[in-house]
Design a protein around this ligand. Structure first.
Ligand code: IPM
Ligand code: MG
Length: 364
């Protein structure tokens, strides 16, 4: 089993070190090889996704990714910005199915900005289509308008588009995932305005005919954004396009009060995948040793389950994380009165200790 380790920028390197430590504690035989990506790769090789990094990612069975980005690259031409690394990996590896669970840990119910009763026990799964939509649709660019409200003016444009097979395959992924859960899918669209999403809704409805045991509900994206903060527990699996999924998954993650806890998986058609925390590179706290490594550690667990066929090892990591939380250990982002504030490395060490059966001691 070969794992490509791509720490990236900002807190990426710190959180990845802890995830690697946890993987090593499992006593499974992995080959891990790291490479630069994002701003770090731009500095060293002049490109955020160098050929060598892409080749390593292609050759690996799974990819563990940290985070990319820093404000200092905002002025670079688009193709050299760190974000292009993750977009390029998704595109070149065909990682079309993005799983973003929003899970509210019992121990962290009070960290949510919503009332505890609205989020206690929250467990929803956002499945975001990841290689189509307005993110990748061509044509796009800048030009002089020939029509519209201001002919002759400078304008910019992007193209929202989805083909039937793109919608079909993500719909299958969502219905199959729902079968493993409470058998309910909400497909989020904007069919009342957009041709692309009327088509989305039609195709999802067609695919649904093959899953009579799963309940399908359609919802407009604006209403979905509202329902997510009104009654998030009414959702189980949400399936949607690339852009709506980007927005709704950030919203959903915040309901749990702890974006530092949420892993994600981006899979191709054969379940090879890239695994990354749902949060970003947090340059403001980079290098301080305070970032929460748990989302990356939990991403490693998802990787073991989805791409490396090691469900028992995944369970061990997830139980260890729960044990550490129950023992009262918290990084700053999830800290509350009466718990013990720890740094990135201490948190990683505690997870390793829980995995290897050592007791976790807390001093408050
Ligand atoms: C995400 C991020 C990316 C996206 C950025 C970094 C390109 O926001 O993974 O949600 O928009 O997809
Ligand atoms: Mg996003």
């Amino acid at each position: 089993m070969k794992i490509a380790i791509l720490p990236g920028d900002g807190i990426g390197t710190e959180i990845m070190a802890e995830a690697v430590k946890v993987l090593n504690a499992l006593d499974l035989s992995f080959e891990m090889e790291s490479a630069l990506v994002g701003g770090a790769a731009y500095e060293a090789h002049g490109h955020p996704l160098p050929e060598s990094t892409l080749n390593l990612a292609k050759a690996a069975d799974a990819i563990l990714f940290g985070a990319v980005g820093d404000w200092k690259y905002d002025k670079l031409e688009r193709q050299f910005r760190p974000e292009q690394a993750i977009l390029g990996l998704r595109k070149h590896l065909g990682l079309f199915a993005n799983f973003r669970p929003a899970l509210c840990y019992e121990q962290l119910t009070h960290a949510s900005s919503l009332k505890p009763e609205l989020v206690a026990g929250l467990d929803i799964l956002i499945i975001r289509e990841l290689t189509g939509d307005i993110y990748f649709g061509q044509p796009r660019g800048r030009r002089t308008a020939v029509d519209g409200h201001f002919p002759g003016a400078e304008e910019a444009f992007d193209t929202m588009r989805y083909s039937r097979p793109e919608i079909e395959r993500i719909a299958h992924v969502a219905f199959q995932a729902a079968r493993q859960r409470s058998k309910k899918v909400t497909s989020v669209d904007k069919a009342n305005v957009l041709e692309t999403f009327q088509f989305w809704k039609d195709v999802v409805t067609e695919v649904h005919a093959q899953y009579p045991d799963v309940e399908l509900q359609h919802m407009y994206v604006d209403n979905a954004a509202m329902q997510l903060v009104k009654a998030p527990k009414a959702f189980d699996v949400i399936v949607t396009g690339n852009m709506f999924g980007d927005i709704l998954s950030d919203e959903a993650s915040m309901l749990t009060g702890s974006i530092g806890m949420l892993p994600s998986a981006s899979l191709d058609k054969s379940s090879k995948g890239l695994y990354e925390p749902s949060h970003g590179s947090a340059p403001d706290i980079a290098g301080k040793g305070v970032a929460n490594p748990l989302a990356t550690i939990l991403s490693a667990a998802m990787m073991l389950r989805f791409s490396l066929q090691q469900p028992a090892a995944a369970d061990r990591i997830e139980s260890a994380v729960k044990a550490v939380l129950s023992a009262g250990l918290r990084t700053g982002d999830i800290w509350s009165e009466g718990t013990k504030k720890v740094g990135t490395r201490e948190m990683g060490d505690a997870v390793v200790a829980a995995i290897t059966g050592k007791t976790i001691t807390t001093k408050t």
